[in-house]
Design a protein around this ligand. Sequence first.
Ligand code: ADP
Length: 489
Amino acid sequence: MKIFKKKGKSFTGLFVRTFFVSIIAVIVSIMICIGLLYNNFWGFITEKLYTDKDIAMHGASALPDSFKDLDKEKVLRNNGWIEILQDNKVIDVIGEKKDDTVLYNSNLLGYMNENGEFYFGNTIEPIGSDYTVKVYDEELKYTYLVKIPRFDVVLNNYVDKMLAIDLEDQEYKEFEKITIKVIFMPILIGIITFIAIIGIHIFLAIKSIKKPLAKIQTGIDEFANGNMEAKIDFYSYSELNNIKDNFNYMIDKVNKIEKERLKSEESKKDMIRDISHDIKTPITSILGYSKAIIEKENMSEEERDIYLGYIHNKTIRIDYLINELFKFVELDNINYKLDKGERDYIEFIREVVLLHYKDIEDKNFILDLDLCEKDILLDFDDKNMERAISNLIVNSIKYNDEETTLKISVEEYKNEIITIIEDNGIGIEEEISNRIFEEFVRVDTSRNSEGGSGLGLAITKKIVELHNGSISLESKVGKGSKFIIKLPK
Ligand code: ADP
C-alpha cells in the first residue's frame, strides 16, 4: 500500500474541538442559567417583597441622606417604617413598627458613638437586629429613624408564611408557580442551551464526515459494479483523505493491471500467431521436399540427397524455434527457480567468449576484451547466464558485417557488476530498439525463415531480471549497438 503524506485536519482535532465546545457549552449554559436565575429572582423580589431593588439589596443605606428628600411612601412600600423620636423616645411611627424598642439610650449599639452622639445620616445595622436603620436629625425638635427590614429576613418570612398556609390556597399556588419560574426555568433553559450547542456541534461534525463517507460508499459501489473510473474527490479529515487517496491509488493500480493483462493477452495472441507463422514456413518446405521425393519417380540419388538436406535443415530450424519457445515459456513461469552457485564471474565470461571464439574468428571480427583484473565472486545461475550472454554475442556476429569490432567489458562497482557487450556494427533503429527486448521483435519484419526466433533478447532479459538485474540498449543505426547488463552483487 502506498503511504501518503498526511493531508487535512485530523479526527483528533475534531475530538479536541468537541472537548472545547463541551466546555464552552457548559460555561455558556451555566452563565445563562445564573443570569436568568438572578434576573427572575430579582423580578420576583421586586414584584412580591420590595418595590425598589436598591432598597432590597442595600437596605436603609439606599435611602437619601437628607430627610426632606425621603419618599416616605417608598419606605412603607419597601416593608419599612419611620420612627419619630424626642429625647430618644419614640413618640410617633409612620407605617407599621415591627420591633418593640420605644426608648433608645446611648448603649443602643451603633446609634451613638462613645460620646453619646448619633451617627446622623449614617446607616446602622444593629447587631442581632432584623433591620437596617438610617438616622435623620436635621430637625431641631425630632430625630427620625427609618428602619428597613433586612432582605433575608423579609424573604424568610415570606417563605415561612407560604409554607405555613394551605397547599390549596391560591397564594400558595402562585408561590409554587413563581418558584418553578424562578428556579426551574433557568435550569431548564441552561440545559436546553447546553444540548443545543452540543447538538449543533455534533450535527456539523456528522455532516462533515457523512458527505465524504457517502462519496466513498458511492465510489466503492460503482467500483464493485465494474466502473473502473470510479475515482472519488473530496477534501475532508486527513484520515478520510487517506482513504480517498488509497482508493484512487487502488483504482489506478487495478486499471494498470487490467491494461497489462489485456496487453499480455494481446501479446500471447501475437506470440501464437508468430510461432505458427515461424513453424509453418519450414514445415511447408518439408512438406514440399518430401512430396517431391515421394512423387518424383526417376529422382537421382544426388537430387534426393539435396532434398533430404533441405528437409534436415528445416527440421533443425523447427527444433531451434521450439527450443527457444520452450525456454521462453519456462522462464516466464512464475514458479521458475534459478540454479544459482557462487563462482568467479570474470572466469565465466572468458569461458562464454571462448565458446564463440571460432565464429568470431570465422567472421573476421575484432575482439576487444576488457575484463576486470581481479576475480569477482558472484552468486548466479551459470547455465542460464551463459545463454543470456551468448545470445548477445551470437546476435552481434549474426547481424553485423565482417571486421566489426566486438567489445566485451566487465566492471565491478560498489553494489553492482556491469557487463557491456558492444559492437560498432549496423546498429538498430530507435523505433525498434525501444521494443527490442519484447518477444518476437525483429529488425527483419518479413520474418523470413533464415532469421532468428525473435525470442533471443526476450530470453536474455528474463534471465537477467531473474537475477534481479537489468538490461538496456544504446544503439544508433550505422554506429553499432551497446547492450548493458547490470547485476547486483
Ligand atoms: P533473433 O532471434 O531474431 O536474433 P533477438 O531477440 O535475439 O531475436 O534479436 C532481435 C533483433 O534485434 C534481431 O532480429 C536483430 O535484427 C536485432 N539485433 C540484435 N542484436 C543486434 C546487434 N548486435 N546488431 C544489430 N542488430 C541486432
